[in-house]
Design a protein around this ligand. Sequence first.
Ligand SMILES: *Cc1c(COP(=O)(O)O)cnc(C)c1O
Ligand code: SF4
Length: 361
Amino acid sequence: MEQRARKRGSGSKAITGAKGLIETGLVPAEHSETIQVVEASFSVRLTPHIIDQLSGARNDDPVFVQYIPDGRELSFKADDMEDPIGDAVYEKAKGVTHRYPDRVLLKPTHTCMVYCRFCFRREKVGHPEEALNRGAMDDALSYIRKTESIWEVILSGGDPLVLSDRRLQALMEALGTIDHVAVIRLHTRAPLADPKRITADLVEALRKSGKAVHFVIHVNHANELTPDVLGGLAKLVNNGVPLFSQTVLLKGVNDDADTLADLFRKLVANRVKPYYLHQLDKARGVGHFHVSIRRGQQIMRALRGRVSGLCQPAYVLDIPGGHGKVPIGPTYLSENDDGSFTVTDYCGQPHHYEEIAADQD
Ligand SMILES: *Cc1c(COP(=O)(O)O)cnc(C)c1O
Ligand code: SF4
């Protein structure tokens, strides 16, 4: 790993922790104390690719604010939660979260290549000691093997691409032996954080399950889609890995329709289907990124009809308490007292709609 890191990019290495960040010169010296206090609660890490991208960026740059710690992370609100989506209840084995019958989250590691300042798992990520060791991984796999309702395994974390190709390959081979698992999905930020991680060897390792392998990449702004990043994504699609994206609606990053239209169009033009636009989860110290649901719905309304349907993600909220993700609108249909409907078109005009008359039912 160390050797590979040294060979990367501009000769720089990934930096971990506040001190490393201060040495990059990306933040003014007077902020160094604040950053060290933030780091005591929430991990800090940047890859050479992101360091390069941020050099010379202003402190309100939409990529900069996603990665550089901010004193506002220390102002917790009363209802901020340590487990904002209530995952803990569904932990069926270490690293296995089974909330929905047909799909399960498998978290082999709690580390990431970068730590996003708004992360909903910020209390959990950045602890290498939480990674599944061989015994724990065997237990996780036995749970999946004995639970026949599991159709899809979602590798998450942390970032599953922190694992070496050798470990990923072993995991793929193991999942490949479980008949009822049809699909393996990887939720990852690696193609954005470290495009060099997307290699022919990785693609080869992913093939070993013999199952359909899908990627959901986490991306929040079109500026993250640099030529290197797009090269990595092309390598995946060209090798038969379908790509989807998830985006968190973030104040100061992407909270307007034009910014999101640029992002979703650039994704689709590069063969990535926008999947989810997430309402920000109530993790501790992320309040300064909050965008209201009303505003989120306005943005979604502005995109509908004006931007290709391929570019429309579902706007979703993960209901606190572990009740799952649901689309949160806007809605275009309302039922009238007489059983007919009023449907609103993308320009905001209402239309009366009656269903085809059914036989008595
Ligand atoms: C988000 C999530 C999933 C995946 O949900 P999809 O709607 O299929 O993307 C599965 N399990 C858990 C616990 C989740 O939080
Ligand atoms: S990559 Fe994902 S899990 Fe890791 S810090 Fe960012 S949002 Fe959190």
